[in-house]
Design a protein around this ligand. Sequence first.
Ligand code: MOS
Length: 742
Amino acid sequence: MDKSFTMGFFDDNKLLTPPDDRVDGKQKVTGTAKYAAEYIVDNLVYGVLVGSTIAKGSIQSIDITAAKKAPGVIDIISHQNNIPLEKFSDAKKAKDAGAGLRIFYSNEIFSSGQPIALVVADHFEQAQYAAGLVKVTYTEAPAETDFLAKAAAEKNNKFGDDKIRGDKDAWNNATVKIEAEYSQPAEVHSPMEMHATIAVWTADDKLTVYDKNHAVKDVQGTIANMFGLKKENVLVQAEFVGGGFGSGLRSWPHSFAAIIAAKKLNRPVKVVVSRPQMFTMVGYRPHAWQRVALGANADGTITGAVHESITNTSTYENFNENSTGITKVLYNFQNLHTRYKTVPLNFATPIWMRAPGEATGSFALESAMDELAYALKMDPLELRLKNFAEKDLDSGLPWSSNFLKDCYDTAAAKFGWANRKATPRSTRLGDWWVGHGMGVGTWGAWRLKATARGRLDINGNLLLQSATSDMGPGTGTAMVAIANNVLGVPKEKIKFELGNSSFPDSPAQGGSFTVASVGSAVNDVCSAIKEKLLQVANETDNNFKDAKAADVIFKDGSIALAANPAASVSYTQLLHNKGLKDIDITKSSASGEETKKYSFNSYAVHFAEVHVHAYTGVVRVKRFVSCVDAGKIVSEKTAASQIKGAVVWGIGMALMEEQQVDHRYGRILGNDFAGYHIPVNADVPEIDVLFVNKPDPYLNAMGSKGLGEVGLIGSAAAIANAVFNATGKRIRQLPVTPDKLI
Ligand code: MOS
């Protein structure tokens, strides 16, 4: 690899740091970590949202007589008495502002559960009680909520995104071919912390919001735009986030409701989205229909492929998550036809949800690869090795690094894949059929522009700040590990602050790019502080008079001569020598020419063992092994937790998660954790996570790619494929519930 990119700080063969506990773990488990709804604000009142009970039509009347008389009620805000807001009230400008549904803007109804009124009271319970007294009459129109019916009607019509590589019909002329349709219901993010906003107008044109999101700068921009404010007059704080998974990548109507109410009442207002409202107000993974066709020679060389995908959006915004992307890059498909489009339905707008596009697309592609392997009577692992892509066929670029083959070898050995029985329904343990399956994932690796401030003070403490987020992966823990490695300040003396829009500009936390992006800024700022320290040492300490960067070591808060480690001087002493109270540097970092030369991607290979009960169809995931190529791992413990969490998502996707709809009313059913099933501890086996841990030579100084999402890609297919191996039943409609197996 090219050493110039690593600046010599990282040894290829070792972990950057020993496994680390989370820097904020204690705060989280002792309850001192503060989440958006927990901020103490003077004079605060509470808002509860009323949702529409119809899925399409318009509001005829809102009767607030009874609600208004209820104890503690201060105001009830709806489109009937909304305050005029510059951009918000202008349809065209509001659309430009990109905020989606304009809450309280008109009497139009686009989806069931759409927020139509906010009841504000002295106490939360009073607001909740009064919300039940608001009487709304509607003019109802026929709503469209049946996604599979809509997709079936649309699949023969034109697709917006339609791409052909080579011969689009090649699959059909192949010796061995398979063709199948797959579907996946909408899935809901379901973070532990519900979305919430506390809005505080600190002046006529100045606003502070404590808001659950993982995109403080984006939320700041949207709010400024929506309410005609200067960006710097909007302060967004989201220091701790109790899970987000994409739902916090944008602003949602409840936040605007809180801001509008706070303006109208001239006092702080808090709005917390209830668990049932989490199913209709803050996004979800869209419904998906997919068709995959594959054709191969008898030796397993795939000669042609097709991947079509349709997902839903709302009727007022287009949310696009092109789920055919993975098929363009994962295998050596010289002849490929991909098509994608969205269809509008009477639901709220979907949003990115962990591994958006690829989680969905990989279920279809990796199920189809399994189907082809059986058709060929070939080992599914061998089929994948046979069709390994030597470069990115979509962009034509070489891989920056690709250790997918290492993932195959390592995971297969650990799992014992060689002992798998190829014939379905051939292993039984008591009342349980035993099956083994595999799936593969890939996800792009990006380094976005990010900025960090580093301040090394006279006591040797390092404060780092960046307007990035931590929705749970452990951003601070990774950043402290990077800073410790680069600058040699002991970990306990480093503090990383985030989740505040006034900090130096960084991207939202999404796309698995935080370590690669913000980590690069931290790396650069620490490198700049080192340079400054060496310069001070040159000037103020005779031992270091002629020392160059290559002659010294930065370790444990001191600079030492490599040739004579006894000659050392502490950072504290250097600042004293020069009469400095601190070294305070802010640096931006971004990708460069390398993105034009290479294709950057992470990989995951999953192996699953399932037991399927012969009489009830209950599926138990018994073993799971994932090996991941995410470049250099900067924080081993949190990285492994990311993959484990993603695999748990794969279990949920494969076996449980389903946002059910009552089409008579266009309404979401089971909008709580009794009705919407996600895996609990008893559903999750020990998950073995292995990392290739080889640095990417081009993406950033750490050699790190991304890993928050890739663990979910291909993991649901691995389970569904194992179910086929166990039972001989191919379930193409997620989730694989017992009723489909008996
Ligand atoms: Mo992720 S869905 O890109 O937060």
